[in-house]
Write a protein that binds this ligand. Sequence first.
Ligand SMILES: Cc1cc2nc3c(=O)[nH]c(=O)nc-3n(C[C@H](O)[C@H](O)[C@H](O)COP(=O)(O)OP(=O)(O)OC[C@H]3O[C@@H](n4cnc5c(N)ncnc54)[C@H](O)[C@@H]3O)c2cc1C
Length: 377
Amino acid sequence: MSRIESEIAVIDTEIAVIGGGIAGLSTALHVALRGVPVVVLESRQAGAAASGVNFGGVRRNGRALAELELAARAIEIWHRLPELVGNDCEYSVTGHLKVARNDDDMATMAAHAEAQAPYGCAVEMISRNALMARYPWFSDAAYGAAWCASDGQANPRLLGPAFARAARANGADIREHEPVAALEKDGDGFLLRCDSGLEVRARQVVNAAGAWGARVAGWLGEAVELWPMMPQMVVTEPAPYFIEPALGVVGGDVYVRQIPRGNIIFGGRSGTADLDEGFGHAMTEEALGALQRTALVIPRMAEMNIIRLWSGVEGCTPDQLPVLGPSATTPGVIHAFGFSGHGFCLGPGVGAVVAELALDGETRTAIDAFDIRRFQS
Ligand SMILES: Cc1cc2nc3c(=O)[nH]c(=O)nc-3n(C[C@H](O)[C@H](O)[C@H](O)COP(=O)(O)OP(=O)(O)OC[C@H]3O[C@@H](n4cnc5c(N)ncnc54)[C@H](O)[C@@H]3O)c2cc1C
């Protein structure tokens, strides 16, 4: 679709996307489905950064109210993945439990459940006795829970590549190992210069650079505070399947899911990362500590053997809401980064929203709370 002009590798396109995580790939697919030329420029491999290494939670339970409409739009797309990208990405509606440790947690979650209801998100409060009757494998540390039956989980390793394949099949030009080094205005549009020497001319640009999104915004003179968070994930050897729902404990230091093949995936505190290097590094001591903490809530975890751990880098904003919407300094640029630990669930919907912004100038989904101007005084 895009035109290669000469041997010095110049591409002309309508929309250039910086970053091939789920935000950028889903944008590419939704733009390509409208028949509009789009190029994705990804430093590494499509879907290999945060989008490919996360926990796999697809949930609305306990989510900030400002994100609920976008999450609902995303979940509607999650249900249509087989027809949209030819793969269900192991998406499964297992429900999600947010587990309380005390009365205060229960009261906070009950108030949030009430606030979520008008958004069509049904959350049921479960007493300790009811929780133990349903899930006898919890310890006494589980005091009760908020239960969202419509939540689920999926395999993050499958999602990005599935969107990349579908976007390519619909005409998107997805270029891997192609870091963008500079972005400048060029007449009515933009010129993107890649480390390889490739130049891309585009009428619009989407900044979907994840934890690196503030660097790209900085090229446009837009200051955003974005710090890297490096959650660490741990997986056990296969065990008989017993944890059907995905779950997290209030406070965020324990979250667990088990896949039907038997492996249990759980949060292992934090790894380390260097944004210039681009990778997260896992830390064994942290993982062992996390296993002990998880076993306080699910005693059977103490018997499990860890087989693998990893970490990834995510961009976190001060209010833990994404930056999603038009640039405040540069018409023609749309930001979609800083998902603050929630972007795997949201990703399929983010692309639909960005495609509408780019092609229609507006979106039917509420995104005002994500405006970049909230950080600019
Ligand atoms: C360990 C972990 C667990 C998580 N668990 C969950 C969860 O359970 N549920 C949930 O909803 N979310 C979760 N998240 C968050 C979720 O993974 C992210 O919010 C989401 O993947 C962000 O997608 P993205 O496309 O914005 O970023 P990324 O997937 O990071 O993609 C951004 C891409 O931009 C590329 N890039 C950056 N700069 C440039 C440049 N100059 N040129 C070219 N390419 C560039 C990068 O290489 C990268 O591939 C978790 C995150 C981590 C790290």
